[in-house]
Design a protein around this ligand. Structure first.
Ligand code: ATP
Length: 215
């Protein structure tokens, strides 16, 4: 079956260490073959991004360049239309028929999953890996909706046994960073070196993406 493939979708407006460090921890903890970053072209569940899809893809490329195990996948930009995760997983499933797929998301994203397009199909197509985020801890079993409780995996080894269908909560070192906070910091001309890679920082300064813009 091969090692599981990690998938981290997001708006990445911009990508930051709150994505990159937890993703690294998940890659190691779950012994994934790779962590694939998939920027959303037209994220359907939120206000439109400030940076264009091409700029956000470029920032992800800069952030993962040279990092072992990290890759970028631009299928949501190539596809066009709303970036529904279910369509992305279907297309990955066609490519990797027998491979465990691990859809990775922060706890905040998981809380809203029942609003996603055809969300019931997501755990049929992949495992769901939920990372802790500051303010969010690993929930006790009885705090989860029934559909999630019944799918819960207790150890990462279970993820390599099926191609999908499990939900696993992975504690990661808290990173109190969000893209919203970074866009605010840029608007106020505050330093961002601790929040994102220098290559992304340089790109943002050069292109002035987040200057004089509403967030
Ligand atoms: P925004 O502030 O614009 O809402 P964001 O920083 O939350 O953006 P997204 O690109 O929307 O970033 O997030 C992509 C994925 O990464 C989501 O599943 C989100 O929960 C997760 N994520 C983002 N920041 C963190 C963080 N600091 N710790 C853990 N997970 C995170």
């Amino acid at each position: 079956m091969g090692k599981p493939l990690g998938i981290l979708g997001g708006t990445f407006d911009p990508i930051h260490y709150g994505h990159l460090r937890p993703a690294q921890e998940v890659l190691r903890a779950l012994d994934l073959a790779e962590m694939r970053f998939i920027p959303a072209a037209y994220p359907p569940h939120r206000h439109p991004p400030v940076a264009t899809a091409e700029q956000r893809l470029r920032m992800v490329e800069l952030a993962v360049a040279g990092v072992p195990g990290f890759t970028v996948d631009d299928r949501e930009l190539r596809r066009g239309g709303p970036s529904y995760t279910v369509l992305t997983l279907e297309s990955l499933r066609r490519e990797f028929a027998d491979r465990p797929l691990c859809l990775v998301m922060g706890r905040d994203a998981f809380e809203g999953i029942e609003t996603w397009h055809q969300w019931e199909r997501l755990p049929e197509l992949a495992h769901l890996i939920v990372m802790t985020r500051p303010g969010w801890t690993i929930p006790p079993g009885d705090a989860l909706p029934l559909w999630a409780r019944n799918r819960r995996a207790r150890n990462p080894g279970e993820l390599a046994q099926t191609t999908g269908g499990k939900i696993y909560f992975q504690a990661v070192t808290p990173q109190d960073i969000s893209a919203t906070r970074i866009r605010d910091a840029i608007a106020r001309n505050e330093p961002m070196e601790k929040l994102l890679p220098s290559t992304v920082n340089d790109y943002i300064r050069h292109t002035r993406i987040y200057r004089n813009r509403g967030n």
